[in-house]
Write a protein of this length. Sequence first.
Length: 126
Amino acid sequence: MKLNSSYTTKNPKELIVPVLGLVKNVTGYTSIQDETRYFRLEIDIESDTPPVKKVLFNEPLPIEKGDEIMAYLFKGYTKSGTYGSASPVFEETELREEEPAIKIEKLRDGEVVATYINNEFRDLFG
């Protein structure tokens, strides 16, 4: 479906991109605002998927330097005015150097040994 000359709507699952990466560094941040605890994990990776260099996650994970991960990134956004509606419209964007992950799989010898889902995206892809 074409919205105009520069935007094309897509199914959200079509906008999920798997990115394989070797973990170079992991940094976690916490803060408390209005009695709410907030956590942010920044995972620096070496990847063959440019321009991604850092994966963001909203929960602590047992990930460390040297681990191999598969990060699933959402390559799009919700069109203004459609978020929260019964049929939100998603538009494709280019990947950036820093991207939030929908899901991260920890790999060992090419096999998935753990899977972590980002709570921020749970409802979107439930």
